[in-house]
Ligand binder design. Sequence first.
Ligand code: ZN
Length: 296
Amino acid sequence: MYKIEILDLHFKAEKHTIACFLISLNNHHVLVETGPESTWFNLKDALKGHGLNPGDIDAVLLTHIHFDHAGAAWKLAEAGADIFVHPVGLTHLASPERLWQSAAKIYGEANMEQLWGEMKGIDKSKLVPTGHKETIHIGDLVFTALHTPGHASHHIAWQLGQSVFTGDVGGVKIKDGPVVPPCPPPDIHLEDWKKSMQTILDRQPEKLYLTHFGEVNQPREHFTELTKVLDNWAFWMKVHFDKGTPLETIKTAFMAYTSNQMESFGAGKKLQSLYEYANPSWMSVSGLMRYWKLKG
Ligand SMILES: [Zn+2]
């Protein structure tokens, strides 16, 4: 039987911000997510802790191609792994220039390298496009790809037995904090996101594995909470969208709003700072504003 190992990538030298997952069975090794390239050495150390080198990984399953999830995929491809990804994400991993530029728009070019490290294209022969409900077999491990848009249009949640690796469609929940939705531009879509949560629940999982961060034992309750906060944030934003409040003003107000909300959920300043590393709250402003703009 396999065991799911949660590898903490110590993003920004903190625990519990970005994870990837190692699953091994009969000498076959699969990674779900890779984290960014900036934590590559931490990933190598974590693998070493399990007696493995990057060259031992047969396959990498990506939930989506944002840097915090897929930034080190090219390193694993160079080490020999096949990279399984949504067909739409594949093109961007082969030629990551546009991906880099769109992330630079969000984070600022000056911060890119330090946050995410280096990004190189992946040889197309190592990239495997994966369709909705397609199953893939790595030795005796069988994964099912669930196309789950809402956070990103090219998002996949990966099912393995009664567990689902949710990527960001499962939200961000760190330690005993609340679950919140990461809403960066450009693909945020409320209706799709809710359908995707149902797609996952329809598989009747017993456990969810969140990239930010770790194991969740009550999927149904978790998604109910996530839906509430997603709606709450989106409709908070709608008020400002309708008023035409300037973006910078909204960002400041939203950071204060979410900070108070976290306090009300019992999350103190230290825990909040981990949430900000995993999912900066200001980032969700442009994502949700864009959603309302496209809807209009
Ligand atoms: Zn993420």
